[in-house]
Write a protein that binds this ligand. Structure first.
Ligand code: NOJ
Ligand code: CA
Length: 691
């Protein structure tokens, strides 16, 4: 018993609606733990809390020295997103733990919402070591049964995997079916990533992730398949250190979104609610956008390259790119980019991304030099001043591309010059990329150092009023609330994989339940030509989608920086379908999830932020399905017209993906539309008020 401290008994709170019950206590050895019940049944059984560092352990010997509880009910207005107003309603319990010999203090702060739980560790300044070399987080999640798991393998460097639908018991076998990504560090053992989803036999869904990942490594989960339990696994550096911490320090929140209605998982704003409010005072320059890009050309089997030359600097002694022999297969050239600008201007698309515009692509795999890419050196055939002026004249924004080849250290050195260069040339947004093994080699894509790097880049970008779409960055955890200039991230297997063998239709029925809980994804929808081959290798690939489904993805994969990924000539072949991409907004007043089951189907309705128009998107897996679209969300007292973009009756993702129909019907509030979807198909609907 700790001298002078009063030992408190177990403490508990319920969620505001009473459905979730959290209890916290210490066991006989003084190890803190929690339990979570949902609707009167145990969901998370006794599960340990704690941290372990070289200097000291926050593991046992604790007593509860005090608790604080508070109920909070407030709302906030995001700069962009699925809702114009977000309610943040929770009961909070802060449990202050103390131990002596040696002295240690640890607070665990819990927030219990109607839709789930968040908790984090808070390390106050100690009467003991105040710098920690953190080796392990001891957090457990012990479940009450052999639940269904929807997950991807644990990996320190990549999340570009397809989803497994498995169980605790079958997880080891499911993981053994995955290959290894080149250069990526797959974790040996039964380890998975967050965000992941779990479903109990009673039909309770739990999304597990983290919120506000800052100054700390990302969390994976080590699974014990026979005990139905999970334990946090922090991404280490190459020395096995998870984090170097200085007190006071708060960890990210560990999050469980809980509901017996799958639609609630999709609608939940819990992860955003656990992030800090917007840190940017003037956000008027942050503008949601649609864009096209000199991009897909490099994926579609016509041997186009990001590089200007096939010789490149790999040729010893050459330092001047004008001395290199152009390969004639370089689409980031002035004339071609002008065509994209013309197309964007003609169709009201806000931006044009250009990849392969700058020096360095010839050296991709050589790592011969420390500095590979230059972010202020256009290739000789990319006339930047001319394109800058041309884009401006046409009212189109050029979007910058910074592929760093994972040389994050060098990117930090070039960052100020690169951002200044962007502003000088009228660029407001950049797509960043980290392909390859991280430089410095001691780090991983999701280690503490890279989490810090991402934070550094987003803050510096805000200083320059620059918006970011990051690829191969740490998985998002809702930091886009604090830094709304972080419009989108990839951080999952995106649409580009349609040209590397394909994404099955179920993939996009999974991402909104998992990856999207951390923030929007640059999935790159809008693929109209679905027959593909990669790099002209003769390897044909059939995308796992119908054309109509690609339109629905603009609703089911919402992002404020949304691409229309296909080539202008493919849009010109289907101008009536392209009309939907032109019309669909990228920022929303309200969203209603109408139907949902992970890995199977999603139907969602959203209201445009800036008009009374509603849009509906419905997708299915590779089974045909009839979506039931209940139009009760439409305000009464008005007449409406719905333009429906749908699969033709004989459409099929595999052999008839481009068979679609467009029809216009009158609809009424409360009406229930039965909407057929083809195997791998979807439907997209625009609903406007009729006077
Ligand atoms: C991988 C990104 O995901 C892709 O979008 C990009 O085109 C390439 N890296 C090159 O930077
Ligand atoms: Ca990628």
């Amino acid at each position: 018993m700790l001298a002078g401290a009063m030992e408190l008994a177990a403490v508990g709170i319920t969620s505001p609606n009473g459905e979730l019950l959290l209890n916290v206590d210490v066991d006989a050895g003084g190890s803190p733990y929690y339990t979570l019940d949902y609707k009167g049944k145990p969901l998370v059984k006794q599960s340990r809390l704690g941290l372990r560092a070289d200097e000291t352990e926050f593991r046992d010997g604790f007593v509860i020295a005090g608790t604080d509880t508070v109920t909070v009910d407030r709302s906030w207005q995001p700069v962009w997103g699925e809702y114009s107003d977000v309610r943040d309603h929770f009961r909070e319990l802060a449990v202050r733990l103390k131990a002596e010999n040696p002295n240690r203090e640890l607070t665990v702060r819990f927030r219990l919402f109607d839709d789930g739980l968040g908790f984090r560790y808070e390390l106050p300044v100690q009467d003991g070591p105040n710098y920690l070399t953190l080796k392990d987080e001891l957090t457990e999640f012990n479940y009450a049964g052999d639940h269904k798991l929807y997950c991807i393998p644990g990996d320190y460097d990549t999340d570009e995997y397809l989803w497994s639908e498995t169980t605790f018991t079958d997880l080891p076998e499911a993981l053994s079916n995955y290959g290894r990504h080149t250069e990526a560090q797959r974790v040996d053992g039964v380890t998975i990533q967050t965000p992941m989803l779990l479903k109990t036999a009673d039909g309770v869904y739990v999304n597990m992730h983290e919120a506000a990942l800052d100054g700390y490594p990302a969390m994976l989960l080590d699974v014990d398949p026979s005990a139905y339990s999970m334990k946090s696994h922090l991404v280490p550096d190459r020395l096995g250190v998870s984090a170097y911490l200085q007190m006071p320090f708060n960890t990210p929140w560990r999050t469980l979104i809980v509901s017996d209605d799958a639609r609630d998982i999709l609608a939940s704003q819990l992860v955003l609610n656990l992030n800090e409010p917007c840190a940017i005072e003037d956000t008027s320059w942050i503008k949601p956008m649609k864009f096209i890009g000199v991009w897909w050309e490099m994926f579609t089997g016509n041997e186009k390259t990001w590089a200007y030359s096939d010789d490149g600097l790999a040729k010893p002694g050459v330092t001047d790119y004008t001395k290199l022999k152009p390969n004639g297969r370089h689409p980031a050239n002035t004339e071609n980019v002008k065509k994209y600008i013309d197309f964007a201007a003609k169709h009201g698309i806000d931006g044009v991304l250009v990849e392969g515009w700058n020096e360095g692509w010839e050296d991709w795999a050589s790592y011969r030099k420390n500095r590979q890419f230059l972010f202020d050196k256009p290739y000789p055939d990319f006339d930047l001043p001319a394109l800058r002026d041309y884009a401006k004249e046409k009212g189109v924004k050029l979007i910058m591309h910074h592929e760093t080849a994972a040389n994050a250290a060098d990117y930090e050195l070039q960052l100020d010059r690169a951002f200044r260069f962007m502003k000088d040339n009228n660029y407001d947004a950049v797509k960043t990329g980290y392909v390859g093994a991280i430089i410095p080699r001691s780090e991983h894509h999701t280690s503490q150092w890279m989490v810090d790097h991402a934070r550094h880049v987003i803050e510096r970008a805000a200083d320059y009023q620059i918006m970011i779409d990051s690829h191969e960055a740490p998985r998002p955890t809702g930091l886009c609330r604090t830094y709304p200039n972080w419009l989108a991230q990839e951080s999952a297997r995106g649409g580009e994989f349609e040209s590397f063998g394909g994404n099955p239709p179920s993939h996009t029925c999974m991402l909104p339940f998992t990856r999207l809980k951390g923030g929007p994804m640059d999935y790159t929808p809008g693929l109209f030509e679905t027959r593909l081959s990669y790099y002209g290798e003769g390897k044909d690939s059939q995308a796992g989608t119908t054309l109509a489904r690609q339109l629905a993805l603009y609703l089911t994969m919402p992002s404020p920086m949304q691409m229309a990924c296909d080539l202008p000539e493919n849009y010109e072949r289907f101008p009536d379908a392209f009309q939907f991409i032109k019309d669909v907004p990228v920022d929303w007043q309200d969203s209603r999830y109408l139907e949902a089951e992970p890995n199977r189907y999603i139907t969602v309705a959203r209201q445009d932020k800036n008009s009374d128009d509603w849009y509906v998107g419905a997708i299915t897996d590779d089974n045909a399905r009839t979506a039931l679209i209940d139009l009760s969300f439409l305000p009464k007292g008005a007449k409406y017209e719905a333009t429906i973009y749908e699969d033709a009756p004989d459409a099929h993702w595999k052999d008839n993906p481009q068979a679609y129909r467009i029809r216009t019907v009158q609809v009424k509030p409360g009406q229930k539309l039965k909407q057929p979807l083809a195997p791998g198909g979807g439907a997209a609907i625009r609903i406007t008020k009729k006077n």
